[in-house]
Design a protein around this ligand. Structure first.
Ligand SMILES: Nc1ncnc2c1ncn2[C@@H]1O[C@H](COP(=O)(O)OP(=O)(O)OP(=O)(O)O)[C@@H](O)[C@H]1O
Length: 268
């Protein structure tokens, strides 16, 4: 996935500045197969391409090359765009549910569950712009959790909230996981990925450098992130190089569905 952007450049002495069209390679050569029953965590540092990958899977952005094939429409648990800061939490619940594709009847039926999970008390009657970031995150997560799609995409929804919220949302996540066929979960928190996922993918500078059991991938990522945070760049580089050396890129080849091939043979 390549973005075309206008970037500013100088001549090295900062005397002159000009804008030049340039390319950002957000993802490179990413191939993967996700199976029913998998909860796939996506890890990577800032700008590594996690959100871009999710947006492409969701169909919100067309990839520069390649394609996404899915058995049903992947649904993004992200309702930020639909919510209105001027409206109360309660009104935003209805708005968010409709924005996620529920019918007015389904939305009305889902409201009590959402309010219970958000647990905002009387604050639910206040405009959303008066909420703390944790309260806003709780409301967004509760709205998002009301959807029960077969392929579910979650971007950082679990990273916020106090301990009580986390316990409630973990419980809700478990239920969502039981109902959904496949889940993709983006998070910076390797521990969340380790606890919630069956498989994890580590993206580094737009490339998959590790794809395997969640515990194994998340631990390697956590070790690398810790070395980076300590400023131990040699050790961090060692972890990165070791991870890349151990990784065997997936060779994805898509066979034509049997029925169609058989039909084509029969008619040719
Ligand atoms: N609309 C866009 N136009 C231009 N560049 C973009 C756009 N969206 C993302 N990028 C670039 O693509 C790269 C990957 O971005 P992306 O948001 O996917 O990373 P991320 O891993 O989700 O980051 P973070 O953890 O900080 O949210 C970054 O270099 C980013 O600047």
């Amino acid at each position: 996935m390549t973005y075309r952007v206008n970037a500013e450049e100088d001549d090295g002495h900062r005397r002159r500045l000009w804008r030049r069209a340039t390319r950002v390679h957000a993802l490179r050569g990413v191939s993967l197969v996700a199976r029913r029953g998998e909860t796939i965590g996506i890890l990577g540092h800032n700008g590594s391409g996690k959100s871009t990958l999710l947006r492409i899977i969701a169909g919100l952005e067309p990839p520069t090359s390649g394609s996404v094939l899915a058995t049903s429409t992947p649904t993004f648990l992200g309702v930020n765009a639909a919510l209105q800061p001027e409206l109360t939490g309660g009104r935003n619940v209805r708005l968010g549910l409709l924005a996620m594709g529920l019918t007015p009847k389904e939305a009305e039926a889902a409201v009590p569950d959402v309010l219970e999970l958000a647990a905002l008390g009387p604050a639910i009657h206040r405009p959303m712009k008066t909420y703390s970031s944790g309260m806003g995150a709780r409301l967004r997560f509760a709205i998002a959790a009301a959807a029960q799609p077969d392929i579910l995409l979650i971007d950082e929804a679990l990273a916020t909230g106090d301990a009580a919220t986390k316990a409630r949302s973990d419980e809700r996540m478990r239920k969502i996981r039981e109902q959904a066929g496949t889940i993709f979960l983006v998070s910076h928190a390797a521990q969340v990925i380790e606890e919630m996922c069956t498989r994890a993918i580590w993206l580094h500078e737009g490339q998959i450098i590790s794809d395997g059991p969640a515990e194994q991938t998340a631990r390697a990522y956590r070790w690398w992130a810790w070395c980076e945070a300590q400023g131990d760049t040699d050790k961090a580089r060692g972890v990165l190089e070791g991870t890349i050396a151990r990784h065997t890129p997936a060779r994805v080849s898509l066979a034509e569905p049997r029925g169609r091939r058989a039909r084509r043979k029969a008619t040719s």
